[in-house]
Structures are given as structure tokens and as C-alpha cells.
Design a protein around this ligand. Structure first.
Ligand code: HEC
Length: 105
């Protein structure tokens, strides 16, 4: 191996998993599911029927990245005064991606 290759392996490769990390870190999607059910679902159900998830899967939905989900969750949190801390927003965003959006980045 050339010295540069060794350098790359030693310093850059360990950083890659960090780059691919979710914007919500290791937030617990299960906890987010309960919060979402409590504060968010009813209104989406009123609009789309069923379990309301069509809001997230409809044509022309507004979000296209994980960061969008996190930001939208934060905006909705303050709009509907759910009173969540950022960690709780992160849990809900993680839940929404795991179950509905399934974005890779
Ligand atoms: C008072 C009714 C209401 C409540 C409560 C509500 N929402 Fe929404 N939500 C909406 C409406 C209306 C839209 C669609 C806005 C649009 O299409 O321009 C929306 C859209 C969204 C979207 C984007 C959907 C897309 O296009 O991909 C997300 C994500 C979302 N809401 C999350 C939440 C979360 C999280 C909560 C709980 C904190 C919440 N909402 C509570 C009415 C509500």
C-alpha cells in the first residue's frame, strides 16, 4: 500500500459512518410512534381518512430528505403546540421515516 492509501484508510474511512448518520441520531422510533399517535394523527385522518398516513405517501408530498422530515416535524410541533423537546421531535421524525417515507438520505 502506498502511504497515501494507508492515510486514507486510517483517517477517512472511520469518518464515513458518521457522514451517513441520520439527522435524528439514534432516536427511538417506537417512542416517536406513540407521540405521533397522540398529537398528530387525528388531523391527518380527518383530511385523508384511513390511518392518515396518506398524508405522507400521497402524490406531490412535500418532503424529499430525512432533514426535511426533521424540520417539518419541528415546525408541526410548534404549530400544533405539542410541546416536544428536540429529542422528541427526533423520535417522531425517525418514526415517520421508518414507516412511511423510507428516505435513504
Ligand atoms: C391541525 C391539523 C394538523 C395537525 C394537528 C398536524 N398536522 Fe401535519 N399536516 C397538516 C396539513 C394540513 C398538512 C399538509 C400541508 C400542505 O399540504 O401544504 C400537513 C402535513 C404534514 C407533513 C408533510 C406531509 C408531506 O407532504 O410529506 C408532515 C411530515 C406532518 N404534517 C407532520 C405532522 C406532525 C409530526 C404533527 C404532530 C406534531 C402534525 N403533522 C400535526 C395538518 C396537521
Amino acid at each position: 500500500m502506498k502511504p497515501l492509501t494507508v492515510l486514507f484508510a486510517a483517517f477517512l474511512l472511520p469518518a464515513l459512518p458518521a457522514l451517513a448518520a441520520d439527522p435524528w441520531g439514534k432516536a427511538d422510533a417506537k417512542a416517536g410512534q406513540a407521540k405521533h399517535a397522540e398529537k398528530c394523527v387525528a388531523c391527518h385522518v380527518k383530511m385523508y381518512g384511513g390511518d392518515g398516513s396518506k398524508m405522507y405517501t400521497r402524490d406531490g408530498r412535500m418532503l424529499s430528505t430525512k432533514l426535511d422530515i426533521l424540520q417539518r416535524t419541528a415546525a408541526c410541533n410548534s404549530q400544533v403546540q405539542a410541546g416536544w423537546f428536540p429529542e422528541e421531535e427526533a423520535e417522531v421524525a425517525a418514526y415517520l421515516n421508518q414507516h412511511f417515507y423510507k428516505f435513504k438520505d
